[in-house]
Design a protein around this ligand. Sequence first.
Ligand SMILES: N[C@@H](CCC(=O)N[C@@H](CS)C(=O)NCC(=O)O)C(=O)O
Length: 258
Amino acid sequence: MKRKQRKPNVKKAAASRRIPSGQRTTSAQKPIELYYWPTPNGWKISIMLEECGLPYVVRPVDISKGEQFTPQFLAIAPNNRMPAIVDPAGPGGRPISVFESGAILQYLGRKTGKFYPQEERARVAVEEWLFWQMAGLGPMAGQAVHFRRYAPELLTYAVARYTDEVNRLYGVMNTRLAKREFLAGRYSIADMASVGWVRIAERQGQDLAQFPHLSRWLDTVRARPAVERGFAIHIAAASSVNMRDPKVRAMLFGQRAR
Ligand SMILES: N[C@@H](CCC(=O)N[C@@H](CS)C(=O)NCC(=O)O)C(=O)O
C-alpha cells in the first residue's frame, strides 16, 4: 500500500521553517538551523532531521555563487562546505554548531537517541558503515560524477578509475545487504549517509541491475516518508544552476588555499 506523502512546504528561500508532522513548537523551542544545498551530502541531514521529527529551518547555502566562503558561514563550517547545523539547544542548553555530515549525523543521533544505537556492538557496526561512506563511497562517487559530467575534457583514465572504484564499493554494499536489511543490520544513520549517493548511481556510471540487494535496499529506504521528505526540500535557485557557466565553475572547481 502506498503511504500518503507529506510534501515539504518551503515558505521562504532565505529561511524556511519546517516542522515535521506530529511536532508542535513553542516560542521557547528554537529550531535547528540547517545550512543546506540539495546534494547527496545535504540530503543526509535533511533526512535525519525529518526522521527524528526535529523542528528545523533551512538556510540555503548557494555553493554555485560562493556563499560557502562568506565569513558567517566559515565561522560554523571552516571547510567551506555544506552541510552544517546550528543547534540553539546544544549541550548545557547553549548553542552548538557542527560541520561535516558524518559528525552531524552522530550528533543528532546522540541528541535524540535515534538511529544511532548505544549498545557497543551495534554502535560499532553503524560507525563502520558511516565512516566507510564518509571516506569511501562519498568521495569516490563525487570524483566519478566530476570526471564523467563536469571535467572540461574527457580523461579516460580518471573516468575508469573512479567508475571502477565506485563499482567495487557498490559490490561491497550489495554483498553486505544480501544477508541484512540495512547496512548495519537495523536502519541507522549509516543508511541515511549512503542513500543519496546510491540514488544518483547512474551519474556515477553504475547500473543498479547489477546489484539486486542494493536495489532492494534503495527501494526500502526510499519507501520511508521521512527520506522522501528529506530529498524533497525545494530550493528554487538550485534547479537553475548552469554547471557550464564559468562563474559557477570558478566557485566550485579549482579552489586553492585562501
Ligand atoms: N565531507 C564533507 C563534504 C561536504 C561537501 O563536499 N559538500 C559540497 C556539496 S556536496 C560543497 O559544499 N561544496 C562546495 C564547494 O565545493 O565549494 C561532508 O560530508 O560534510
